[in-house]
Design a protein around this ligand. Structure first.
Ligand SMILES: Nc1nc2c(ncn2[C@@H]2O[C@H](COP(=O)(O)OP(=O)(O)OP(=O)(O)O)[C@@H](O)[C@H]2O)c(=O)[nH]1
Ligand SMILES: [Mg+2]
Length: 296
């Protein structure tokens, strides 16, 4: 594979950006040296929420909106490691098809299957590549299942949580703790029944949880027709210009560092490699797993 050039990435050369991302994904020789040269400061917007909530459609509308203003945007679509994700990847491509035609928009999909050493660390690294490429905005779309909302919250400067007005959602939303990670809350598909009630319920909830610094805005959208997109864009910009506390920034940086250290320590230590070493040693009469792991 050809070597990505740091100067070309800075200029926004998409071929070099794509190469650099593949390098990171494959942990190709020299990828760490490349990462060490990166320095970019583009703000990152994370969009998360349950499957089918309309995240890709929202991203599509938002990016059209910003692209019309002449902004350059990078989109990173992250798929869960499920075997079912092939269809959804194709679906995303179809949904975002119009974006592929825009000259100022760069789209990349990654899946955990394609990322050696863990998806979260790969996202952190790829986002740094995109930051270096001087886009005006970087958007990451992840499906909010399990831990992924928490992971995206560590990478994104502004986390947008997308929900839909359907029965049972209120309870689910609270249970999964997504309200804690949301900087902006979206109720998409607000053309559906029950939307108004759900929005006002969430507004009350957001108000009751507001800190002195930020009250999470609740935006009703209809991603397909573009209703509410301008309001969402304003809410995102308001959050971006709002000075997040140095303490929060430090905490996020520490979380990123923690993940990367973990990746570094576990490099070359696959389950198979461990199994191989255990084959003989585990047969010894005084074998004890806790003693055995002391060597690492
Ligand atoms: N009625 C209605 N349907 C919508 C709206 N926004 C999106 N949809 C539809 O909802 C479906 C799912 O939209 P996506 O944008 O693919 O949702 P997603 O959250 O990206 O889905 P995954 O990436 O698979 O998790 C599509 O059929 C959209 O056309 C909306 O505002 N109203
Ligand atoms: Mg999607």
């Amino acid at each position: 594979m050809l070597q990505p050039q740091i100067e070309e990435i800075k200029k926004g050369n998409e071929r070099h950006i794509a190469r650099a991302i593949s390098w990171v994904e494959n942990k190709s020789d020299g990828y760490l040296d490349l990462l060490k040269k990166l320095n970019g400061h583009t703000k990152v917007i994370g969009i998360t929420g349950p499957p089918g909530a309309g995240k890709s459609t929202l991203v599509n509308s938002l990016v059209q909106h910003w692209s019309n203003q002449g902004q350059r945007i990078a989109i990173l679509a992250v798929d869960p490691s499920s075997v079912f994700n092939f269809g959804s990847l194709l679906g995303d491509r179809l949904r975002m098809q119009s974006l592929f035609l825009l000259p100022n928009v760069y789209i990349r999909s990654i899946s955990s299957r394609g990322s050696l050493g863990g998806l979260s660390a790969a996202i952190i690294e790829i986002v740094e590549v995109l930051k270096h490429a001087s886009f005006d905005r970087i958007i990451i779309e992840t499906v909010g299942v399990g831990q992924s909302e928490v992971e995206i919250a560590g990478v994104a400067d502004t986390t947008v949580v997308v929900s839909v007005p359907e029965s049972g959602d209120e309870i689910q939303t609270l249970k999964s703790g997504v309200m804690e990670i949301a900087d902006v809350f979206v109720v998409n598909k607000s053309d559906r029944e029950g939307a108004l009630a759900f929005v006002s319920y969430l507004k009350k909830l957001a108000h009751s949880r507001a800190t002195s610094n930020w009250e999470v805005p609740v935006i009703a959208t209809q991603a397909l027709s573009g209703v509410g997109i301008k309001d969402l864009s304003i809410a995102i910009d308001q959050h971006a210009s709002f000075n997040t506390s140095p303490e929060r920034k430090l905490m996020l940086l520490a979380e990123k560092a923690h993940l990367l250290i973990q990746q570094k320590r576990m490099a070359n230590l696959s389950v198979n490699a461990i199994k191989e070493r255990l084959t003989i040693e585990s047969q010894l009469p005084d074998f004890n797993l806790f003693n055995w792991i002391e060597q690492f």
